[in-house]
Every structure is written in structure tokens, then in C-alpha cells.
Write a protein that binds this ligand. Structure first.
Ligand code: HSE
Length: 433
């Protein structure tokens, strides 16, 4: 720490990094008041010093470096703010920053989800702060609430819409009756979905985020590989039509629950009742519902992406790190991740199910389907026969089940596919109530 100021070193000057640099300058007076001394941008590490970028044009070119050694050796950099994203080289950079005794702020969900345990250990070893509020939910406060405000609770469950791109796509499909491809194209035109949208639509982004939240909530390492994940690309406009008729809304939920000593963590499309809070969260907004033994239920809602909301969280973390430095405080997170909790296999979870299938339209078909489900102890809640194509004697069946084990349902689906009277299982969606 310099005598009169605290120095920030920024890694990456993309959408988030550029906005963070702008806020550090534009709000310098307010931030200095919060910290008690000026918070000054001392270095910007970039892959190539593209000084034609709008943000770079406003900055002193002497701040830029492409040399990692020069960046980490700078004694005036007290806090490293990483905004480059991805696992590597971010993981090496964060490890190096912590090992150099620098406090770290990152917006990088992938590196935190994959390496939380190692990075927390390094932060403790070198007695510096590791801050990652912006990694989950953009501007919505989530990490600190789990680390501080909810700490007295036994967390029972987290139910989260934590990917704005997919929530936008699902909202358009539900409200306009359009198909997945059209809704994705619109999201791309508006800049919500990336040219390669895989990370969002296949549930990978949500997987990183729920792995982080579950690790914090249950104080145990939950890695992305522990999370069962399905995306939204298999959803069809008919699923939305039938969901509406049955009083449900389809959302991509990230779910984490603890019970009987094990944890279930999953990301997949679900039917949720249309009158629930999460069903009303539309467009690019995110929302996280947390159920705890003391607090009962709390809800977090807001913008989970974008330069401005994300910079709000990054700057808050930077101020917090600077306050700690000013007070001579090192690492404040003394808790360790326990390793005794087990992750429940997906086959053991229990939910209700929605099934949509094309079948032969003749007497006795329903009883064959009911027998397959009944033999697996899966109770039928309702059956509706939808579109009938009389010329080819087929019908579409929509079945809602009582709660059943996933393993039984998967076995039953396999057996249903073998029946001559079942032409196709069109979709199968879990129901959360
Ligand atoms: N791509 C993410 C989303 C934002 O659509 O919510 C960054 O985490």
C-alpha cells in the first residue's frame, strides 16, 4: 500500500474491465470517501495494447502493459481486478496475485466454480482477500449474503434463474408461441446471446453459477462436474402451450438442495406453477430464491449481466478489499469447505414429471402406458389427449405424474419407447412445486 493511496491493477479491458476503469475514474471522489484514501488505477494488463479502443483512448497509455512480470511486480498494485474470463490463464493469474500478497477481485465464474477450494486456500495462506461477487448474478448481491447475512441459517434450498439469455429466450417462446431457433435468433440480434450461444443455452453458465452458490450455501466443494445439467434447446412451442393450459411456466432453473446428509445440484428446464415468484421473472432478469431454517425465504432479483451491473459488484468488492487494506485486515473468510457431504446421484432425485408423446390412437393404448408407469411405481396425476391425426390414427398424449424417482422414470421411458403403440417420446420435463 502506497502511503497516500491504494492501487488497483486491472487485468483485461473488455466490456467489464472497460466499465470498471471508467467507474474508478468517474466516481473517484465517492470511492475515496468510502475507502478513506484515493483508489487509483495503476496498471492495466492487456494481451495487446490496442489504444484505439474507446476506453483505452481516455486513459494514460503508460498504464498499459502486456508484460505479466511487470504487472505482478508493481509494488503500487495492491488489488488485482481480473476481468478476462475463462479458466486459463485466469487461474494462473489469480494464483500468482494471491501468492504475491495482493488482494483479488474477479468477475470470473468459470475459474471460481472450478478452483474455489484452491484459491480460498491460497487467500488464507497469504492472508489476502478473494472477492467474487460479480461472478454470479452480475449486480445482484449474492456472494456476500451467503458469506455473511445468511450465515446463521441452515440452507435448505436454492432455486435460481441465473442465466439471462435463456430466460429471455424462454420468455419469448412462452409469450409469442415462437420456436426455440427464432427466439435464439432474436436474442442474438439484441446482443443478449453470443454468436456461439452454447455456454448459455446448454446450461453451462448456470452450472458454474449454481456450483459456486451451492459451495457457499452448504460449505462443501461443489464442482461443475457435480452438477447435472440440461439445456433448453429441446423445448418446443407445444410444451409451452401445454404448460400454460396446465397452469405452469417453463423456466431453466438451477436448483441446489440439502437433505439427509446429501446435496442435489442440477440445472434443467422445469415446469413451475404460474403463480410462483420465479414464474413471473421474465426477460433477461435473474432471480434467486433461498430457503433457510431461520430466515424462511428470501428472494434476490435484478440484472445478472451487462457492463454496468457487473461493474457495480466489481467496484463494491474493490472498495471492500481497499477498506481491508486501509485497516490492515488480510483474509476475512476464515471458513473452510468441508469435504464430508456427498452429492446425490441424479438417479436418486424425486420430482413430478411431464411427458409428451405420440401414440397410436386406438383402444387399449392408455392401459399399456399406465401399466409401464405403474410397474415402476409411478403414479399418474392426469392424462390429456391432445392433437389427434385421424388419418394416420395417432394422438399426442400429455401425462403429468405424481412424484417419482428419476431412476424409475428413466427406466419407464426406455420401456415406453419399446412399446409398438408409442411412436415417439417428444419431451420429458421435471416439475418443481
Ligand atoms: N451469459 C450470462 C447470462 C451472463 O446470459 O446470464 C454472464 O454470466
Amino acid at each position: 500500500m502506497n502511503e497516500q493511496s491504494i492501487g488497483v491493477g486491472l487485468m483485461g479491458l473488455g466490456i467489464v474491465g472497460g466499465q470498471v476503469a471508467r467507474v474508478l475514474v468517474d466516481k473517484a471522489g465517492d470511492l475515496a470517501q468510502q475507502v478513506g484514501c484515493p483508489l487509483v488505477l495503476r496498471k492495466v494488463q492487456v494481451l495487446a495494447p490496442d489504444l484505439t479502443r474507446p476506453q483505452a483512448k481516455e486513459m494514460d497509455s503508460r498504464l498499459f502493459t502486456t508484460d505479466d512480470d511487470e504487472f505482478f511486480a508493481d509494488p503500487e498494485v495492491d488489488i488485482v481486478v481480473e476481468a478476462i474470463g475463462g479458466e486459463n490463464p485466469a487461474f494462473q493469474y489469480l494464483s500468482r496475485a494471491l501468492s504475491s500478497g495482493k488482494h483479488v477481485v474477479t468477475s470470473n465464474k468459470e475459474v471460481i466454480a472450478k478452483h474455489m477450494g484452491e484459491l480460498l486456500a491460497l487467500a488464507q495462506q497469504y492472508d489476502v482477500g478473494l472477492h467474487y461477487e460479480a461472478a454470479v448474478g452480475g449486480g445482484i448481491p449474492l456472494i456476500m449474503p451467503f458469506q455473511r447475512d445468511l450465515v446463521a441459517n441452515e440452507i435448505k434450498g436454492i432455486y435460481a434463474i441465473i442465466n439471462g439469455t435463456t430466460n429471455y429466450i424462454l420468455t419469448r417462446m412462452a409469450k409469442e408461441g415462437i420456436g426455440f431457433s427464432s427466439a435464439l435468433s432474436r436474442a442474438q440480434e439484441l446482443g443478449y446471446a453470443e454468436a456461439n450461444p452454447e455456454n448459455d443455452i446448454e446450461g453451462i453458465d448456470a452450472t458454474y453459477k449454481i456450483a459456486i452458490l451451492a459451495s457457499l450455501a452448504f460449505r462443501t466443494p461443489v464442482r461443475p462436474d457435480d452438477v447435472y445439467s440440461e439445456g433448453i434447446s429441446q423445448l418446443n412451442s407445444r410444451d409451452f402451450q401445454y404448460a400454460r393450459e396446465l397452469g405452469f411456466v417453463i423456466k431453466l432453473l438451477a436448483i441446489a438442495k440439502e437433505g439427509n446428509g446429501s446435496i442435489e445440484v442440477r440445472v434443467h428446464p422445469v415446469f413451475i406453477p404460474e403463480d410462483s415468484f420465479l414464474a413471473k421473472v421474465d426477460g433477461v432478469y435473474n432471480a434467486v430464491q433461498v430457503d433457510g431454517d431461520l430466515v424462511d425465504r428470501v428472494l434476490f432479483f435484478g440484472k445478472g449481466a451487462g457492463a454496468l451491473p457487473t461493474s457495480s459488484a466489481v467496484i463494491a468488492d474493490t472498495v471492500s478489499a481497499a477498506q481491508d487494506i486501509a485497516l490492515g485486515v488480510g483474509n476475512r473468510t476464515k471458513w473452510k469447505l468441508e469435504t464430508s457431504k456427498t452429492i446425490k446421484p441424479m438417479s436418486e432425485i424425486e420430482t413430478k414429471y411431464y411427458l409428451r408423446m405420440n401414440v397410436t390412437d386406438r383402444p387399449g393404448v392408455l392401459s399399456q402406458i399406465a401399466k409401464v408407469l405403474g410397474d415402476r411405481n409411478i403414479g399418474i396425476l392426469s392424462v390429456i389427449q391432445k392433437e389427434t391425426e385421424s388419418n394416420i390414427q395417432t394422438a399426442e398424449l400429455v401425462i403429468m405424474t405424481h412424484p417419482a424417482r428419476e431412476e424409475a422414470m428413466q427406466l419407464a421411458l426406455g420401456e415406453l419407447r419399446q412399446l409398438n403403440v408409442v411412436m415417439e417420446i417428444n419431451n420429458f420435463i421435471r416439475v418443481e412445486v
